[in-house]
Design a protein around this ligand. Sequence first.
Ligand SMILES: Nc1ncnc2c1ncn2[C@@H]1O[C@H](COP(=O)(O)OP(=O)(O)O)[C@@H](O)[C@H]1O
Ligand SMILES: [Mg+2]
Length: 377
Amino acid sequence: MIGGGQLARMMHAASIGLGLRLRLLAEGPDVSAAQVVHDVVVGDYTDPDTVAAFAAGCDVVTFDHEHVPTQILHDLEAAGIAVRPGPEALVHAQDKAVMRERLGALGVPCPTNRVVPDAAALVAFADEYGWPCIAKTSRGGYDGKGVWKLDGPEQANIPFDGLHGLRADAVVIAEEFVDFTRELSVLVARRPGGQAVVYPVSETVQTDGICVATTTPAPGLRPDQVRDLQAMALRIAQELGVVGILAVELMEARDGRIVVNELAMRPHNTGHWSIDGAVTSQFENHLRAVADLPLGSTAMVAPCAVMVNVLGGPRTDLLGGLDGLFAFDRAIKVQLYGKDVVPGRKVGHVTAVGDDVEDTTGRAWRAARYLRGDSDE
Ligand SMILES: Nc1ncnc2c1ncn2[C@@H]1O[C@H](COP(=O)(O)OP(=O)(O)O)[C@@H](O)[C@H]1O
Ligand SMILES: [Mg+2]
């Protein structure tokens, strides 16, 4: 496992029952997953020698993020190590320009978009398709960093000024601003031979580019819409040759159109509910997929599941919040990531499952607010 964040930490938990031995390449000795994994190498995942030495003796390499340079992954494959997802698939999660071009060729609905070399080209695009417009870096963005909403031509330099702070090899993509009413996501797990399973569609609330909550299944979708979105995600996974989890982030526009925002090829924040809300979690299915084992059922264990992220707030001692939390709600489930509490940082999440969306949503939000220290209730 390359990358020691909370996704690796939760995959470690899933690996235990499967009897898979995880070796971790961690950014530091005390990052989230390094606190729990036994076999840890601390090193720089952008250094070819570090990654090669780490991977020697591994049957398969997978990731908790998408930032390992493509050339390093090709080198691993040349050395006979299975890389899952492989570099040809992963590039669609690393580079939004490559992703847009490929999805366009597949006929997958996306916002109108164009790679623009300079501010003048960006203005020309937006004059054609309308202001405001979205500009984003093709590479290196995360949690909304590297995405700009531009209101007029006077702001057209912003992405070009911001770009090179993020990545030297990135380009700017101009996109039609989608006036969305909500964001959705659909997750697929796929094995090397093509067996694949798909999870129910989730609704996701993003604030300032960060996922803060999900509701599964997404309320208000017609059964035929759900089927179409699931079929689309399965088709994307197959066409791109994804192995492991593919997350398809979607935007539902005011006019009802649903378009793809971006792709991720790893367990995804919008799938965290599946630990407590599905027969097989996204973390377990990711590991089963990369280990080429039959995939587990994605059926829900209750009619609805609501996940709320715990973002760093007034409470610095999260463990101190568990007493009140568990005393109040004996069915609430918590994952803490072992991170220092920094304002706004993702330090954990809570999940409630239940029969009634309103009640389950209330329980999950109350728990998250209490845990981060917003309220004593
Ligand atoms: N074309 C668009 N129209 C409107 N909002 C957008 C568009 N593209 C992105 N966004 C908003 O910006 C957020 C972050 O964009 P995304 O490409 O997913 O970047 P990141 O890599 O940071 O997750 C999205 O979740 C969505 O809320
Ligand atoms: Mg995103």
